[in-house]
Design a protein around this ligand. Sequence first.
Ligand code: UDP
Ligand code: MN
Length: 319
Amino acid sequence: MKIILISFIINLTLLLCSHFPTFIHFKHFFSHSRSRADVQTNTSWNAPIIWDGMFDPDVFDQRHKQDQSTVALTVFAVGRYLDAYLGTFLNSSEQYFMVGLPVTFYVFTDVPEKVPNMKLAPQRSLKVIKVERHSRWQDISMMRMKTISDIIESDIRHHSTYVFCFDVDQVFTGRFGSEALGESVALLHAHFYNLPKHRFTYDRNPKSKAYMETGDFYYHAAVFGGTWQSVKAMADACYQSIMEDKQNNVEYLWLHKPSRVLSPEYCWDRSIGYQKDIRVTRLIWAPKNSDTLGELKAPGAKKNSFNTNGRPTTCLQGS
Ligand code: UDP
Ligand code: MN
């Protein structure tokens, strides 16, 4: 009896120890004493919104090193976007993106030989994949989602825990670290984060798959991520939805509410000017280089943004 009891206790201890990491939910790492009173740090469904000052970067880094987290970054640089933005994007990401964790960069381009040669830190590598060039933004969006889904299936899922997908027209300017990793990660749009909901310019066409009345937040699709499973599910859903709804200009679909939301520090537009709640900028919009990009973006072209509630959304450029 005694032996059975002892072995039971040992088993229980082993069980508890082996499951210990799952008992500590990441949200406990956001210390209350550090929390920010001037901004919203939690969603109504209790996902953290990540702001500077809310977290200890070392705690997240240690935890992800222990868990052996690995990260894939996908970026498209097709046509004139390659010369205009890719070099700066990649160089800055080497300096600031998930430093200390193994990262694989997946660069999708129509001209692989023009991808700059990069000196990467140990455990970081770059893969260049050739894609077709499309001229219509709808085809570009659709192609991106299909390509992301395919590369997760064929490659990423065998090597990486998390996937982050970025627009190329951006520059890292500060730590964009493991605090941003989560099951599904969305980003608050720099131009909308402090506006009342009625100012969000969702798609109001009831026939469109993108139609929605109101949403929680206005997310920006220039950065999104999550586990490979969740990013793949989202990319598949977007692709399906764009295929079915092409005339209605649907762009992106967010299947579930994100488990983690990044503040606009993680994708800031400097042209907005000083905002007292933005204490650091970690990634900024690259200035549009009209010389290299020419008339690539027609006025009124759709911006890439999306929303939760199981419904996608779009918004008009400049709105
Ligand atoms: N893109 C590209 N070539 C193009 C158009 C778009 O490589 O001709 C990629 C690139 O990564 C870009 C992203 O698609 O950052 C989204 O397009 P864009 O940045 O023009 O959209 P915006 O940020 O203006 O909504
Ligand atoms: Mn962009």
